[in-house]
Design a protein around this ligand. Structure first.
Ligand code: NAD
Ligand code: AHE
Ligand code: ZN
Length: 370
């Protein structure tokens, strides 16, 4: 079949809207019509050539929602007409990682996914006879995409696609990092670095679990008002300050350091600030931001010897097929907010504008509606 898609032919070049050829689902796969997709900073990072796994030409996008249109042989958990969210972190419920009960990082198809391929080692997309690669196992910047059955979460049918797509990455990542990964406790103090599409979701989850002081840190002053809308109690702008000064200021604001900090910037110097702003003896810092290829984190080991914990979180520690439908319920029942964070709704033809708005710090989330 044919599908309209925004293709990343080369790094650092705008996406091009073209009509592609798409092969139907093979055994264990499903064809999904994507109804809406968010644009996450990770898409921009890959397009900018900063992802060590970036492959071109490819179809980016990993924050979508849509409808199953066809299923391959042996598919039992979804059927045509089901509403689904594609999962860049699948849940096979059979691999060592899934069975461990200790992680959401299913390993069933990670190797081929990282090469832009379906589990059988081939791509379903092509343009003028040349292969176009998949991205994060999702490729939601295409109107139709093929996904492994284990990489779709079935969701309720009354959830609007133009909002629920954000649960495919940003919402689940931020909310899950607080609840599943850091396990923030009521009465804690929390610092969130980077108040974008992820950081605001960390804020709203910190409020939800009953954190006390919730400090937002961003170099963009316009994020202060945004933070306040989602539970932030104090704003701090670190622009122009050294890491030592930022840490000293934040430690003073939290009576000796935060119980929990979160990096939602992807900047390795900020990751260090987040760790060192934790309270001696028990503070936990969770890295959510994705750093550019080649970057490394550093701190004095003494920071860890004296009881701070440095950890990371992918997809908010959420097990996609199990947890994503529950997060959709939380949204539909008013437990979490999504609507105000979707600042721009674009057509596929306008998708590059979504990247420009993100880079200019003018959007929280842009959503493309097909
Ligand atoms: P975004 O662009 O919407 O927000 C980033 C925010 O960080 C902006 O408000 C920006 O002003 C702020 N910022 C930049 N430099 C800063 C600094 N030095 N100090 C303080 N604030 C600073 O991006 P997003 O969509 O929220 O994504 C945030 C990060 O999370 C990205 O690195 C993205 O790749 C990553 N991410 C990780 C996961 C995961 O599963 N771990 C999932 C989604 C996104
Ligand atoms: N490809 C990068 C790593 C990118 C990365 O860490 N991705 C996050 C999700 S970001 C979503 O916006 C993730 O889930 N990582 C776990 C995984 O298995 O990829 C690199 O450094 O090579
Ligand atoms: Zn993302």
């Amino acid at each position: 079949m044919k599908t309209r898609a925004a293709v990343a032919f080369e790094a650092k070049k705008p996406l091009e809207i073209v009509e592609l050829d798409l092969e139907g689902p093979k055994a264990g796969e499903v064809l999904v019509e994507i109804m809406a997709t968010g644009i996450c900073h990770t898409d921009a990072y890959t397009l900018d050539g900063l992802d060590s796994e970036g492959i071109f030409p490819s179809i980016l996008g990993h924050e979508g929602a849509g409808i199953v249109r066809e299923v391959g042989a042996g598919v039992t958990s979804v059927k045509p007409g089901d509403h689904v969210i594609p999962l860049y972190t699948p849940e096979c419920r059979q691999c060592k990682s899934c069975l461990s009960g200790k992680t959401n990082l299913c390993t069933a198809i990670r190797a081929t996914q990282g090469k832009g391929l379906m589990p059988d080692g081939t791509t379903r997309f092509s343009y003028k006879g040349q292969p176009i690669y998949h991205y994060m196992g999702c490729s939601t910047f295409s109107n139709f995409t093929v996904l492994p059955e284990i990489a779709v979460a079935k969701i309720r049918e009354d959830a609007p696609f133009d909002k629920s797509c954000y649960i495919g990455c940003g919402v689940t990542t931020g909310v899950g990092a607080v609840i599943n990964s850091a396990k923030v406790t009521p009465g804690s103090n929390v610092i969130v670095f980077g108040l974008g599409g992820i950081g605001l979701n960390v804020l709203q989850a910190a409020r939800l679990v009953g954190a006390d002081r919730i400090i937002g840190v961003d170099i963009n002053d316009s994020k202060a008002e945004w933070g306040s809308r989602f539970g932030m109690t104090h704003f701090y702008n670190p622009a122009g300050k050294s890491t030592a000064d930022v840490v000293a200021d934040l430690v003073a604001l939290t009576d000796g350091g935060a119980d929990y900090t979160f990096d939602c910037t992807g900047n390795t110097e900020v990751m260090r600030q987040a760790l060192e702003a934790c309270h001696r003896g028990w503070g936990v810092s969770t890295v959510i931001g994705v750093a550019e290829a080649g970057r490394e984190i550093s701190t004095r080991p003494f920071q860890l010897v004296t009881g701070r914990v440095w950890q990371g979180s992918a997809f908010g520690g959420a097990k996609g097929r199990t947890d994503v439908p529950k997060i959709v319920d939380w949204y539909m029942n008013g437990k979490i907010e999504i609507d105000p964070m979707i600042t721009h709704v674009l057509s596929l033809e306008e998708i590059n504008k979504g990247f420009d708005l993100m880079h200019a710090g003018e959007s929280i989330r842009s959503v493309v509606v097909f």
